[in-house]
Structures are given as C-alpha cells and as structure tokens.
Design a protein. Structure first.
Length: 373
C-alpha cells in the first residue's frame, strides 16, 4: 500500500498528516510519501517525523491590494502553471493507491492532479470553516473529512462529507502529566504553563508576551513557563525582554524556544495552555484535556479561528480572549487567576473529555481504507 500525504504552510496542516501517516504505517506497513511546497515548514518538520518528502513550486495568494501583493500573486499564477507537471511526475514515479490532503496551498496541485489521474483522493479540513484550498478541492475529491458537525453546511455536496474529528498524533497520549514533568526535569510542584502562538509566531501576541515574561520574572516565576515564540520573532522577543532589564539566565523556570519540537511531552506536562485557535491545536488540547486560554488570530479567512474557539468556550471547555482584549498585563492576570482555581481547571478538563471525538483517528482510518477497496 502506497499513500501520499500532501500539506504545508503551518504545523496545523502538517501535524494531522503526520498523525495519519503513523497509523497507516503501523497497521498496514504502508509506504508513505509527503509532498509539500518548496521552502515550506514541512521540509523541516516531516523528515523529523521520519518520512520522505518531495516538493512542488507553489505559493499562496495574498488578498490585500498593494504592489507587493500583486507581485507575489503574479508569481503564484506562474507557479500554478508549473506545479501540476511537477505533481504529475511525483505521482507517476510513486504510484500511490491514495492521495490525502490536509490543508495548505501545497495540497492543491497534488490532490487535483491525482483526481485527474483517477487515483482515490480525500481532503481533511480541521477548521470549522473550510479554507480556499479545501473549497476548491471538495469539487474533485472522493471524500471530504471535517472536524466539526457544523462544518457540513459549508459544502455544496454534503453526501461526500464525513464528520470524523481531527487526527492527533499517538505520541500525545504516550506520557502522563507526572511522566512528562520528569522528562522535562521539573522536580518541584509548580504548575506548568505552555505558550504557543503558532509555528511561525504572531507579532502582536509576542509583543504582549514580552511584558508577560517580565511580569512573571519580577514575581519570582510562580510557574514553569515553556514559550514557543515562532520562527519569525524569536530574536526580537529575546531582545525585547533583555531591553526590559531581564537576564533570562537567572530565571531557569522560563524556557523560551523558537519552536517546541517535543510538543507531546510539553503539552502532557501542562496545567494551562495559551495558544491560537487553529483546529490542530484545539484537537490536541481536547484530546489530552488541557485547560486553555485561546486567543484566535484575527488575520485568517472568514475568522475561522474564533469559530473554532467558540466551539470550546461556549461549553466552558476553554477561556476565549480576543486579541483586541489582550495585553501582557491582562494575559498574566488571567493565567494567575486560573491557576489559583484548580477546581475550575478540572471542570474545563471534564468538558474537554466530553467534547473530544475520541475515535477520530479510527474514523479517518476506516474512511480512507474504504476509498481503496
């Protein structure tokens, strides 16, 4: 059995594909190939997960109307001419039995070309509202898998839509909280806070976090804090903290990283998570029942992150804060308040266990197996 997974752009598109690849490799000894975009984050993350990857020349469309966006979009139009031939060659060489897209513009030429070649195809959309790539591919694939029941109404042909939940990597279930704390070297009883604003980072939120980190250091670091800044803003955040007179070498409980590569262990140790509301992150938080403060990105299509977050917050399973409501002071106050209310945190965890589609991996596996019969 040979399967192509195609994804890219952010970890939120890559991680679900890695989760699915692991299931097929374990159960069916499947031969797996990933296809992403030249220069995309997937070129780094996929090999770390042990899979081969090939790339096509593809880029996104910018929606803003200015000269730089126009230049970028002209390059994208050129890439849309080049990438189908690249995708066709990869597919002809690999001869897959199935092609699965999990989001990001890199998915489009590969899944679209596979459908034209008569290869069984599927896409998985984790967000409550479908992205542009999924909207276009939904017209040509055999099956569209979605994470939320509410999502079905956004597709013209609902007969091909399956509500499966969102896949979560098996290693998120490998550690208990206590085991994860030992792995991370936490020998005390301080709570653990994990902050991540996405694999690339978020400019505004990282600016707020400079003030947040200064406050926690001045308060004597009342909790362990693992903070994944994102690749774009790591240096500027470190400089911003240093400019406020904080020498992080004196505060070992504050662990600031460019990217959290051991996220399953870190999340297992967490008592509270601060993050954006991408569907992959929400699925991971829900799967291991971690209380969270969700700050949706306001810079996404159709405000889909806020819609994702409200699925949890409306049920008391997470705290929703809009970016416009945030500051370093407000975030720090919210974190300390929630950590001081362990009963409320336990209630959040219970609500997450109730909401999570616990057999999402199995549903998706069976749906995809059915396409290859």
């Amino acid at each position: 059995m040979k399967i192509v997974f195609t994804c890219g752009g952010t970890a939120g598109h890559i991680n679900p594909a890695v989760a699915l690849a692991g299931i097929f490799q374990e159960r069916d000894n499947a031969e797996i190939l990933f296809v992403g975009a030249d220069g995309g984050m997937e070129e780094r993350l996929v090999p770390k997960s042990g899979y081969d990857i090939k790339t096509v020349t593809i880029s996104s469309f910018y929606r803003s109307m200015n000269l730089n966006s126009l230049k970028h979009n002209l390059v994208t139009v050129k890439n849309l001419i080049v990438s189908p031939a690249q995708a066709k060659k990869i597919l002809k060489d690999f001869q897959p039995d199935l092609v699965v897209g999990t989001g990001g513009y890199a998915s489009f030429p590969v899944v679209n070309q596979a459908a034209k070649m008569g290869i069984p195809t599927a896409v998985h959309e984790s967000n409550a509202y479908p992205g542009l790539t999924t909207q276009r591919l939904s017209k040509v694939v055999n099956t569209v898998m979605v994470g939320f029941e509410e999502s079905k109404s956004h597709y013209a042909d609902q007969s091909k839509v399956a509500v499966t939940g969102t896949p979560v990597r098996e290693d998120f279930f490998a550690c208990t909280r206590e085991q994860a704390r030992v792995k991370l070297g936490f020998g005390d009883n301080k709570p653990v806070v994990v902050t991540t604003w996405g694999s690339l980072g978020a400019k505004v939120m990282n600016e707020y976090m400079i003030d947040f980190v200064v406050r926690e250091c001045k308060a004597g670091t009342p909790f362990h804090h693992i903070y994944g800044v994102g690749t774009r803003y790591y240096d500027s955040v470190l400089k911003g903290i240093a400019d406020r007179g904080i020498d992080l070498a004196q505060y070992p409980n504050v662990d600031i990283r460019e990217y959290i590569y051991d996220m399953p262990v870190v999340m297992a140790a967490a008592d509270l998570v601060l993050s954006r509301a991408g569907a992959s992150t929400i699925a991971e938080i829900s799967a291991i029942a971690k209380p969270s403060i969700l700050v949706p990105s306001p810079n996404v299509t159709a405000n889909h992150q806020e819609k994702n977050a409200r699925v949890l917050s409306d049920q008391g399973a997470a705290k929703l804060m809009l970016e416009s409501e945030c500051s370093g002071k407000a975030l720090y106050a919210q974190v300390t308040t929630m950590l001081d209310q362990p009963d409320s945190l336990r209630q959040m965890s219970q609500e997450l266990k109730r909401l999570f589609v616990s057999n999402a991996n199995e549903r998706i596996y069976q749906t995809l197996k059915g396409l290859m019969k």
